[in-house]
Design a protein. Structure first.
Length: 576
């Protein structure tokens, strides 16, 4: 798999000034390293000569050098941290924005926990490796080159002799890095699966308890966690082997150095002070070598996260608006489906040559067995999906030719399961709107039969709702959903089984709200409870994506001598 590290470059470019200044400070910091080795050799000479005044000057010069190095390191580290964190924020925001515009088809199959992990842990890991790359890896690599240059300057023969194991060390580091990358990719996928499992279980904890399935879920968690442990352990074992191997080679290099150094001093080719300076340089190489090795491992581990993050950027929505698509003008509400065919999977059609004409202000109900295609029909209208054949027109305008935002802002949807977000009641009613118009919010709540119960809440419209609105009843949540749809003042309203999960008292309040909301709007209703569609202008019975019966409640009840499909459905729902 090709690495996506190059994809980070566009996110680093906006911060080139910060990075450039940090690199200048880094150059000063790295350039001072040979001075440390030089000072060690000078100290040996001064101590051997008993030159106290010279040693005092040496101490002063050394203190000044390390003070300047500290300032350079502080500036370099803070600037690099700033650039890396800003880059991380840019990636996270870009990725979140990209995901927002993917189609429903992707989110219906994607694991929520996996997406959450990629947006949080994986993106953070990408930022960390960039930060460490500039903060540790690059300075260490430059320090190695600088020290090696200084050692060549002191004694090139001795430098070549001690560096003879360098190619072997580089090959070993690269081999270990490849192994670590493979195990890291496996570990990232497994921890992502673990995160998805946790999200799934905690979201459905009520069902877990209802079926006494705690032990079952504990076993599932144990298996997923164990698989992650195995992958992490494999990566750590490779790193554990790497460190002693590299350390052994370093030790052999040092021993060879002392052997050759003693030989050159005996041959009068090297002074004692120069040898000590050389040894100090070699000692200064150890930390950079370890840093490069450790950071290379982290680089390989983070490569899996980089790949996982930019894998999402490669996804493209199935529903796309045309470039410079014009907004949909204010509607009267005429809707036409022309020979529409649609399938979620190839070879399994849901709608076949479906045709429908809804006039402005008309209320049309869709009834039929589950899987007949009712929800698909209404989901095509706001372009949650696009049909494979045919077209859908509103007021004679093909919806594929206008901007998605302008289309969806003129369609109100009241779903079967109301989704509320953490926030105030007012914020939930005005969902998606940056400015809150409390007068309009209250008016929408009145139409939705929600104003009275909202006023009884501890802080009224400013009452904070918990996650998914768990502190409200089903009927209250549904009325907030109706208010949310009404606040848009849409010309088209979609009611997707809006009362199917309510008790009779709540259903009556919601039904009254819906009847007010439907006034002067074109309305599509999906309902299993046929008592809720009796007042519809037309009722369409859908089977296998086709209209098999059409008419008002009265007409359908008397078709075929009262034996129509609709009449049979209705009779099945009457109380015994």
């Amino acid at each position: 798999m090709k690495s996506n590290y190059q994809a980070l470059i566009p996110y680093l470019k906006p911060h080139w000034r910060t990075i450039g200044l940090a690199l200048v400070l880094m150059a000063g910091f790295v350039g001072s390293v040979p001075l440390i080795a030089y000072l060690v050799g000078q100290a040996a000479a001064l101590i051997g000569a008993g030159d106290i005044p010279g040693l005092l000057q040496w101490v002063g010069g050394g203190a000044l050098l390390f003070f300047i190095r500290g300032l350079l390191q502080f500036g370099q580290d803070t600037l690099m941290a700033q650039a890396a964190l800003e880059m991380t924020l840019d990636i996270r925001q870009s990725l979140y924005r990209h995901l927002q515009f993917l189609g429903l088809d992707y989110f219906e199959t994607a694991a929520t926990g996996d997406l959450t992990y990629r947006l949080t842990e994986d993106v953070d890991r990408v930022g960390e490796v960039v930060h460490k790359g500039f903060h540790q890896f690059l300075p260490a690599a430059l320090t190695m080159l600088t020290i090696l240059s200084y050692l060549f300057y002191l004694n090139w023969r001795l430098t070549l002799a001690t560096a003879i194991v360098a190619p072997l060390m580089a090959s070993l580091v690269a081999w270990f890095g490849g192994r670590i990358l493979n195990f890291s990719r496996l570990s990232q996928n497994r921890i992502s699966n673990l995160s998805a499992l946790l999200t799934e279980v905690f979201s459905g904890i009520r069902l877990v308890k209802a079926f006494a399935a705690e032990e079952y879920e504990i076993q599932r968690f144990h298996k997923a966690a164990e698989k992650n442990r195995q992958a992490r352990y494999a990566a750590e074992r490779v790193k554990a082997i790497q460190h002693p191997v590299v350390g052994f080679l370093e030790s052999v290099s040092v021993m060879i150095l002392f052997l050759l150094g003693a030989w050159q001093i005996g041959a009068k080719q090297l002074t004692g002070a120069e040898f000590l300076s050389f040894v100090a340089g070699v000692a200064l190489l150890i930390d950079p070598i370890n840093a490069v090795t450790a950071n290379f491992n982290e680089y390989k581990q983070a490569e899996a996260s980089v790949d996982r993050v930019f894998e999402l950027f490669q996804l493209q929505p199935n529903v796309q608006e045309k470039k410079q698509a014009p907004p949909l003008p204010p509607l009267s509400g005429k809707i036409e489906y022309r020979h529409v065919s649609f399938a979620y999977r190839s070879g399994q059609p849901v709608l076949q040559q479906f045709n429908l004409l809804a006039l402005p202000g008309e209320v049309i109900a869709f009834v039929g067995h589950s899987g007949a295609g009712k929800t698909t029909i209404v989901n095509l209208l706001p372009r949650f999906y696009d049909p494979q054949a045919g077209s859908i027109l509103i007021d004679g305008i093909d919806i594929r030719g206008v901007s998605l935002r302008s289309l969806r802002q003129q369609i109100g949807i009241v779903p079967q399961e109301t989704v509320l977000f953490s926030g105030t009641v007012a914020q939930n009613i005005a969902f998606g709107q940056r400015e809150l118009d409390y007068e309009a919010i209250r008016e929408a709540a009145k139409i939705a039969n929600a104003d009275q119960f909202i006023d009884q809440l501890p802080e009224g419209y400013e009452t904070w709702l918990g996650e998914r609105g768990v502190n409200l009843s089903g009927g209250q949540r549904q009325r907030l959903a109706i208010a949310r749809a009404i606040l848009l003042n849409p010309r088209i309203l979609i009611l997707d089984e809006a009362t199917s999960a309510l008790d009779s008292t709540s259903e009556q309040l919601v039904q009254e709200a819906l009847e007010r909301a439907m006034q002067d709007r074109t309305v599509f209703i999906i309902a299993h409870r046929l008592t809720t569609v009796r007042k519809a202008d037309r009722i369409l019975v859908i089977e296998q994506g086709r209209v098999v019966e059409s008419g008002s409640h009265y007409e359908l009840m008397h078709q075929e001598g009262g034996t129509s499909r609709y009449a049979r459905f209705y009779a099945q729902q009457l109380p015994n």
